[in-house]
Design a protein around this ligand. Structure first.
Ligand code: SAH
Length: 236
């Protein structure tokens, strides 16, 4: 079976892995949005004591924060250096209820179908050759009644201006080449993959950013960065 991954995309994240936990590094945006998405996920899915899988976990910013909230977390990714950084960070921080594995979403779905109360897959789909296959795998990993969360970037002229020109060239929040416009995903496209997989959409949220105050907040405006919460039907 061909792995649904782009080696060049994985290399980008491996090359920077040593900086993952530096809040002033290329990963600053992930650090800054983390409290926001963590609270949103926890508010909807009440993660304490739940089994959570974080797909495309990278260096573990979200995964470790969910473990600190009392979830039992498995972080998976296909870039090895970020996974090692994640593992070391959890060990040094003394966070015990977390594990990391190098395995594709589709492979874990085949191995442990229906085993997770909560599946998170943030800022990852826009780096994958076939994102709909990852959405399906997330559905398969969730237990009936379980929650699945995605976040990604919209594809339109404003998203090009803000997420690529603004973030990579003007504000230099991200390294040039982090994102490829053609891989961005419209909410309607993601919603179709979600429904085709068998998940129910619960809510779409936009994520807004003010570069002057460095504040992020959730809004109704999904035109650039956005998140979606879904549930697997109880009967599935
Ligand atoms: N989800 C984390 C990291 C986002 S960065 C967070 O939001 O904090 C994107 C991550 O997706 C990187 O760690 C990269 O290695 C991973 N990734 C890219 N393609 C992947 C694939 N096909 N399978 C698994 N992980 C992938």
């Amino acid at each position: 079976m061909m792995t649904n991954a782009d080696p060049q995309e994985l290399a980008k994240f491996s090359d920077l892995a040593h900086k993952w936990w530096d809040p002033e590094s290329e990963f600053r945006p992930l650090h800054e949005i983390n409290p926001l998405r963590l609270d949103w996920i926890d508010h909807l899915a009440a993660i304490r004591g739940k089994n959570v899988v974080d797909v495309g976990c990278g260096g573990g910013i979200l995964a470790e924060s969910m473990a600190r909230k009392g979830a039992n977390v498995l972080g998976i990714d296909l870039a090895d250096k970020p996974l090692k950084v994640a593992q070391l960070h959890a060990m040094e921080a003394g966070v015990a209820n977390i594990d990391y594995r190098s395995i594709a979403a589709e492979a874990l779905a085949a191995e442990q179908p229906g085993q997770f109360d909560v599946v998170t897959c943030m800022e990852m789909l826009e780096h994958v050759p076939d994102p709909s296959s990852v959405v399906r795998a997330c559905f398969e990993m969730a237990r009936p009644g379980g929650w699945v969360f995605f976040s990604t970037i919209n594809r339109n002229p404003k998203a090009f201006l803000f997420a690529i020109v603004g973030a990579e060239y003007v504000l230099k929040l991200l390294p040039r080449g982090t994102h490829e416009f053609a891989r961005f995903i419209r909410p309607a496209e993601l919603a179709r993959w979600i429904r085709d997989a068998g998940l129910d959409v619960v809510q779409f949220k936009g994520m807004a950013y003010n570069p002057l105050t460095r504040r992020y907040w959730l809004s109704g405006d999904t035109s650039v960065n956005y998140l979606v919460a879904c549930r697997k039907p109880l009967a599935a």
